[in-house]
Ligand binder design. Structure first.
Ligand SMILES: [Zn+2]
Length: 418
């Protein structure tokens, strides 16, 4: 590269990066089955005078009975009765969450109930009740600044509840949910006992809605037996002399999700955000990459890689990592799976929470076991399927409840400094 060209490139770097950093704080998740695939969305700040800060303005009366979930439902099944039962289940799930949380802004769900075996024959080879069932997740994540000075990804459903006077542009939907209609589901209104191979559809929908509300970790094994949060990258578009366009990626740090702010080592009571993430952030490749995945490969050669390997080993041992709630309760995360899977860290430990009131967010759904069965086994609890520990987790993330009406609130970022 000659000197003249180098100057030109530096100039391009400067112009494009500035433009990007001010706008790129929103990430769209188009596919709930592949939550880690994200698309950066430019979202500028909108001044919404009708939305008042609930902590400084006069409180509007809250109707606790109102269903705060707007379900946009799509069903491709010819069985209209089945479609109707599925739609009602989405509404019941929204109602249950609305009765537990104090939601001040409606949550918009794009829910589809379709034949996933048609498009994904491979994952339908299993017996009917072990087929791919469905998934849901936030439709959009937005970067906010936490009180420890760290920027993290927040699900749009939660960002809306903060009612910032100025907020990043919202997408149409807060949660995207897709469920396979080719599963032997059991519905409450069937008025029958659940069959041993049947799946309680309400159980699945509730579980997935909770993920959509932000019960999700960014820690993942994208390399090989090494855990890192998501890599943030910026695109650099270079127009060559022959008018061809080159798309390059620049490493822009690792980013955690709001859930990760509260993950601690059980044995030392140290927070991952304090002792692991800052070490990983020392990784600073002074180069551009032609594909995003190349950044992970380059990281593998770095001196920070051993930190990610250390965490991987720990996350494959039972009872090592916990979620610490706002009232300092230790809630055990699923770290029994070896190798690490997408279920690890994104759920409560199966063995610890089976036969407890916090059964809902264990990994997997057991066939032949309805929500009512689980509730009967775990003793009386007025909160229904959203157990006491799960309620604490949602409160800690920033959702208000009657027991915790003024939750923690992060700050919006009007421009990102890197
Ligand atoms: Zn799950």
């Amino acid at each position: 590269m000659n000197f003249h060209l180098h100057i030109n490139l530096s100039f391009l770097f400067f112009v494009i990066i500035l433009f990007d950093f001010v706008k790129a704080i929103c990430y769209e998740h188009p596919d709930p089955f592949n939550y880690f695939h994200v698309e950066r969305i430019p979202c500028s700040y909108t001044n919404n005078s009708s939305q008042q800060d609930p902590q400084t303005s006069q409180k509007a009366p809250i109707n606790y009975d109102e269903n705060m979930f707007n379900i946009t439902f799509h069903c491709d099944n010819k069985d209209l009765v089945l479609c109707d039962k599925a739609k009602k289940t989405f509404e019941i799930a929204g109602q249950i969450i609305s009765e537990t949380l104090i939601l001040n802004t409606k949550i918009n769900v794009n829910a589809t109930f379709i034949d996933l075996c048609e498009t994904d024959k491979e994952r339908c080879k299993n017996t009917p009740f072990r087929r791919i069932m469905g998934a849901a997740g936030p439709a959009r994540s937005i970067i906010l600044r936490d009180d420890d000075g760290v920027d993290r990804l927040y699900p749009q459903s939660l960002v809306k509840q903060f009612r910032f006077k100025q907020h990043p542009e919202y997408g149409e939907f807060d949660i995207r949910a897709r469920f396979n209609s080719k599963i032997d589901y059991w519905f409450i209104e069937d008025n029958s006992t659940i069959g041993k191979n049947q799946i309680d559809f309400l159980y699945v929908v509730l579980h997935e809605f909770i993920h959509g509300l932000g019960f999700l970790s960014a820690w993942n094994d994208k390399i090989h037996k090494a855990l890192t949060p998501k890599i943030l990258s910026n695109n650099l578009i270079i127009k060559n002399d022959n008018n061809s366009i080159e798309n390059l990626y620049i490493f822009n740090g690792f980013i955690e999700k709001v859930f990760d702010k509260y993950i601690y080592f059980k044995s030392t009571n140290e927070r991952l955000s304090d002792v692991i993430t800052p070490q990983l952030q020392k990784f600073s490749p002074k180069k551009t990459f032609s594909i995003y995945e190349e950044i992970y490969n380059y990281f593998k050669e770095s001196s920070e890689y051993y930190v990610a390997q250390y965490l991987y080993k720990l996350a494959c041992k039972p009872s090592t990592l916990i979620f610490k709630s706002h009232d300092k309760k230790n809630i055990t995360l699923e770290t029994s799976l070896n190798p690490f899977s997408r279920s690890s860290l994104n759920h409560l430990q199966f063995s610890t929470y089976t036969r407890t009131k916090d059964f809902l967010m264990r990994p997997g759904v057991v066939a032949g076991r309805s929500i009512q069965y689980q509730l009967d086994k775990s003793g009386d609890y007025s909160g229904g399927p959203i157990g006491p520990q799960l309620k604490l987790i949602l409160e800690t993330l920033g959702y208000a409840t009657r027991d915790h009406p003024l939750p923690y609130k992060p700050s919006p970022i009007y421009s990102i400094n890197v």
